[in-house]
Design a protein around this ligand. Structure first.
Ligand code: EPZ
Length: 417
């Protein structure tokens, strides 16, 4: 198993190009199941979850090519399987995204019920509730979701909790349903809007994406198209914090700063200098780092996927910062690892109280989930001495060669097989 070795203390400087967004690419690949034509995607990050999804589509009978240059060609002309098996789903919960397209186009699906993961129980009840309101029958049998329908029809669906993949699944299913579907209290994440753009390119009739109410008028068939995936706002935010925590100066290019307003505003309040351009922004870290509270909420507020990275920065703060996690019930594992590096963090349920002013020392630490891995790298960049991060396969699920990008900015970091 690979490990990442970091010797902290270098201020990072230079320019980094952001890759395509994993969480936009995954639903886009699932959307290819909605048509017999070919879908061409660009700016796909060559990360593990993308290859897992490619394998899943192939196992169903799709032609699926994903290339290192970021292009992918997908064609689900006819499938011989409508199942997402346990062996695959257990490695990637986002496999649930094939449920909506399969029921929408093929009127049936058998998808392993995703288990929980490190950060929470991760139920999918709202995905199933929505499909049932559209006329599908969904049962959980032997750990599998068995869904079938005579044909989906439009429905009014109010989701009691904002769910990103729930919104995506139901939006995809509704594109081929008979009549109009309204998704209320829908997720507004940019990845939802990017999916809606792809679906419109395929001939779907969707409006309101990016707001809490999305209207979809079903059509009979969808066609192939070409689509470019949006940049990864979380990768961009991760590098922004790398600049702040190392007191460095990084230009983050090929991104959409307006999709990071909550993160960049929060960073400015901690004392970092943030200059925003149309497709890039620049962050200069400064002393002192000011301790500022933050609470995670659905987009456009501060994203849960940036919470761990922000906690690493707050260990360097000049006072006390309270971090409140409202999305997932167990997303503070990274705190326990940072404490081993000398951080002063008290976790109480959904809140973590981070007392700054302590310099971190390098240690052997364990990654627990994708974003926690990134936060431990950030802590290692500023810790004195050597940090070893184990189980970096979590990192490889969503970041494309992050250690190479950081090394190019002056970090003393390497991957050790
Ligand atoms: C998506 O997960 C992202 N994954 C996550 O990123 C991200 O952290 C999360 O949204 C929140 O922004 C992908 O897009 C592939 P949710 P998702 O459904 O859709 C509850 C990463 O690091 N809920 O928005 O699974 C749920 O328990 C990953 O890339 C229900 O109760 O998250 C949670 O508390 C980690 N019932 C809240 O909603 C449901 O049916 C938000 O979950 C669905 C969700």
């Amino acid at each position: 198993m690979d490990k990442i070795r970091i010797v902290g203390g270098n201020a990072l400087a230079g320019r980094v190009e952001i890759s395509g967004a994993k969480n936009a690419a995954l639903p886009a690949m699932a959307a290819s199941l909605l048509t017999a034509d070919t879908i061409h995607l660009e700016n796909i990050p060559y990360v593990r979850d993308i290859l897992t999804t490619r394998n899943l589509l192939r196992e169903m009978g799709s032609e699926a090519e994903v290339r290192k240059d970021g292009t992918a060609t997908l064609r689900a002309a006819e499938l011989h399987s409508f199942e997402a098996p346990y062996e695959l789903v257990k490695t990637m919960r986002a496999s649930i995204l094939v449920l909506g397209p399969l029921v929408g186009r093929f009127k049936k699906a058998r998808v392993s019920l995703p288990g929980g993961c490190a950060i929470g129980a991760r139920p999918v009840n709202l995905h199933l509730m929505g499909l049932e309101r559209m006329g599908a029958k969904c049962e959980v049998v032997h750990g599998y979701i068995e869904a079938s329908t005579e044909g989906l029809h439009g429905a009014y669906i109010l989701m009691e909790t904002v769910t990103v993949t729930g919104t995506e699944n139901l939006m995809m299913a509704a594109t081929l349903a008979e009549g109009e579907t309204i998704l209320d209290n829908a997720a507004c994440e940019p990845e939802v809007s990017d999916l809606a753009d792809l679906l419109r390119g395929m001939g779907a009739q969707i409006e309101g994406d990016g707001t809490r109410t999305i209207r979809i008028s079903g059509v009979r068939k969808l066609r192939g198209c070409r689509h470019r995936i949006i940049p990864d706002r979380i990768e961009a935010g991760t590098f922004a914090i790398a600049a702040a925590i190392t007191r460095g100066d990084i230009e983050i290019a090929n991104c959409r700063p307006h999709q990071l307003t909550a993160v960049l505003t929060q960073l400015s309040q901690t004392g970092a200098e943030v200059d925003i351009g149309p497709a890039s922004f620049r962050v200069k870290g400064r002393d002192p780092v000011l301790s500022r509270n933050v609470t995670t909420y659905p987009y456009p507020a501060f994203p849960t996927d940036m919470q761990a990275q922000y906690m690493a920065l707050m260990t360097q703060g000049d006072g006390i910062a309270v971090i409140t996690e409202t999305i997932f019930e167990n997303r503070f594992m990274h705190a326990l690892e940072m404490i081993r590096m000398g951080a002063d963090i008290a976790v109480e349920g959904r809140q973590a109280v981070v007392k700054g002013g302590r310099s971190l020392t390098g240690a052997r630490v364990l990654a627990s989930d994708l974003r926690a891995s990134a936060s431990l790298i950030l802590a290692g960049l500023v810790a004195s001495g050597e940090t070893w991060i184990d189980r970096v396969y979590h990192l490889d699920r969503g970041y494309f060669h992050i250690e190479e990008k950081l090394a190019a900015l002056g970090a003393n970091i390497e991957r050790v097989p």
